[in-house]
Design a protein around this ligand. Sequence first.
Ligand SMILES: Nc1ncnc2c1ncn2[C@@H]1O[C@H](COP(=O)(O)OP(=O)(O)OP(=O)(O)O)[C@@H](O)[C@H]1O
Ligand SMILES: [Mg+2]
Length: 432
Amino acid sequence: MAGGRRMGRHGASMATEKPKNFKSTMKKLLSYLKKYKYKILLVVLFAIASTVFTIVGPKILGKATTKIFEGVIGKISGSTSGIDFLYVGKIAVTMVLLYLVASLFTYIQSFIMTGVSNNVTYRFRKDISLKLNKLPIKYFDKQTHGEVLSRITNDVDTISQNLTQVLSQIVTSVTTLIGTLVMMISISIPMTLVSLLILPVSVLFIMVVVKFSQRYFRSQQEYLGHINGHVEEMYSGHTVVKVFNKENESVKTFNELNDILYSSAWKSQYFSGLMQPIMAFIGNLGYVAVCILGGYLAINGKIEVGNIQAFTQYLRNFTQPITQLANISNVLQQTAAASERVFEFLDEEEEKEVFDNLMEFNEEKTTGRITFENVDFGYNPDKIIIKNFSADIKPGQKVAIVGPTGAGKTTIVKLLMRFYDINSGSIKIDGG
Ligand SMILES: Nc1ncnc2c1ncn2[C@@H]1O[C@H](COP(=O)(O)OP(=O)(O)OP(=O)(O)O)[C@@H](O)[C@H]1O
Ligand SMILES: [Mg+2]
């Protein structure tokens, strides 16, 4: 999980621009989650419980190490008969039970959370689908189909996947961080202080990496989108490209986009890939310091050998949540960006439903007399394209609409179908 982000399933999926308003979007998302607050509380509790169970593990294991160490030393010096295997065995059984319970808790927690996030996704899709039927045709004139589709599929997907991940990870990371720190302090304060020295170094390093890689991740997703768009357009318009001899130009554009994508992709992967090895290196420096100090303390009889082993294990657990939290901030930004796009869509202005002058359409009775009376219409209110148009078409009469391109012929037919509402005047069928 070293900052490596999943690629979208459909290529240009992840909404990577920063959300415009992180706070209010998160608030809205939370209001969607409100319905599941008890389940989420359960998830948090189980996550904490499972983490706590995992955290006490090394300390108990340390006791076994101490016992074995004492047994060996005792045998050498001849004071005891050897290792107390009964005691070691008991600890082994305890450990097995401990880890079993911890995994059971993890299992329950992910089970509940997956349910919640899928319910939210289900509601999002349902709301979007209902919304689609309420939007005026005008909306689809402005928005490409791909864009609308992308909100239904990719953005909702992103939210769903991240929700499952984020909540339990935040809880687990914070609990691990605090719990591990408490255990470390309980073992040895000087050793804890030494290991805390690595903290500022790691935090600084993570911040630098995140800053660099985020920029490239963003441009990677952006150009992935451009390439997708380009390829889609060139394939669907293949014949047009051929007719106008634009093959070379199309290939050239593709190559340019692809080059930029390549460069940002490898940089983002490189920077995020750096995170783990360098964190491991910093962590190892910490081990060396801790082991030297631990050895010294053990010789002076101030610490048990098993506790040194437990301590190094805790130290290993300590750096992990820090990296994870850095990652979560990324994922949160991404979730907010995706949610924002979905909410934006859901908040679009809907078509007004008019019920007052509905007329019944009956194939047998309707004669088909069409009357336009002083119709004014513009796709854009500032730009009226049909001005004061009147016509009376009798049942069965055939009428040709003639005019130069852009005159508004198709528009008249669209108005008749009521794809758009007219600005003033009236259109009547059978005078109704
Ligand atoms: N969805 C739309 N949004 C905004 N303006 C539009 C839209 N559709 C058409 N227009 C504009 O309205 C005007 C009339 O367009 P319309 O398609 O009705 O013309 P037409 O007479 O059918 O032309 P043609 O002979 O080319 O089919 C044009 O200026 C066009 O640019
Ligand atoms: Mg037309």
